[in-house]
Design a protein around this ligand. Structure first.
Ligand code: UDP
Length: 242
């Protein structure tokens, strides 16, 4: 990265740099993969580029459907320019199908199709291991106003409809995904972070038997396949379609 840009934040999968315009940032996608609150770590050459390209396309799709996002433009293969936001410390998970932690914490069987999308809220806090949190606790901690939380939940449901139907058209089932939101300098709420196989569960619908073929970070979590192969397949299908 050009050294006129200052690193302002480094996370597990991305670096955020300042931009000459105070209301913009440059986000670089790294090749690092982490799972289980970073207990499992590895590097995959090319992962940053794939997640950057996939996210850029999905942000464009959402913007075309009137979803406010931080995405402004793709700068190069592993960096985007985005609106600067103050990230709200919540992880909003939407589930269409029961899987992962939902099945560990409830009696729901994996692969149960949910009658309506389920929204689970988590506090974004590594030290506390991102605990599941309630609306009342969010208010108690003054994380955001109840009306802003309702707005975010409503946006997440809309985003699900857009992504679910898009992924279906490229023969992928959107099982669940995690979103993060933030406030821009004018206090608008924007979708932030990334939308990629790192934070979505995507199952291949081109299967004629009952096995789950994950094309997402579960291949790394469960050592069940090649991460770059899976993410490249997602990128290829998106580019063949858009
Ligand atoms: N997820 C994420 N970051 C997290 C936790 C979950 O992006 O810190 C995503 C995950 O990839 C999946 C969805 O949120 O698409 C639901 O994950 P779940 O709660 O089932 O947790 P997991 O089984 O991955 O521990």
């Amino acid at each position: 990265m050009n050294n006129k840009y200052k690193l302002i934040y480094e996370g597990k999968a991305k670096k955020v740099f300042s931009h000459e315009d105070a209301d913009k940032v440059i986000i670089e996608f790294k090749d690092d993969a982490t799972a289980f609150n970073a207990l499992k770590k590895a590097k995959f050459k090319g992962k940053g580029k794939l997640n950057c390209l996939i996210s850029a396309k999905l942000f464009e799709l959402l913007i075309n459907n009137n979803i406010p996002t931080h995405f402004l433009e793709l700068e190069n293969e592993n960096t985007i320019i985005a609106r600067k936001i103050k990230v709200i410390p919540l992880e909003i998970v939407l589930r269409n199908i029961a899987y992962g932690s939902l099945c560990k914490q409830t009696t729901l069987k994996p692969r149960t199709v949910l009658e309506k999308p389920l929204i689970d809220l988590y506090l974004k806090n590594d030290e506390l291991n991102d605990p599941l949190i309630t609306k009342d606790r969010i208010e108690l901690m003054n994380i955001l106003r109840s009306k802003d939380l309702d707005f975010i939940v409503d946006l997440t449901l809309k985003i699900n409809e857009i992504l679910k139907s898009f992924f279906k058209s490229i023969k992928l089932q959107l099982v669940d995904f995690k979103l993060e939101f933030g406030y821009d300098l004018k206090k608008n709420i924007l979708l932030g972070d990334e939308i990629s196989p790192d934070n979505c569960r995507l199952w291949d619908l081109n299967q004629n038997n009952d096995t789950i073929v994950s094309l997402d970070k579960d291949v790394f979590r469960n050592d069940s396949g090649g991460l770059i192969e899976a993410y490249s397949e997602i990128n290829r299908r998106i580019n063949d379609f858009i």
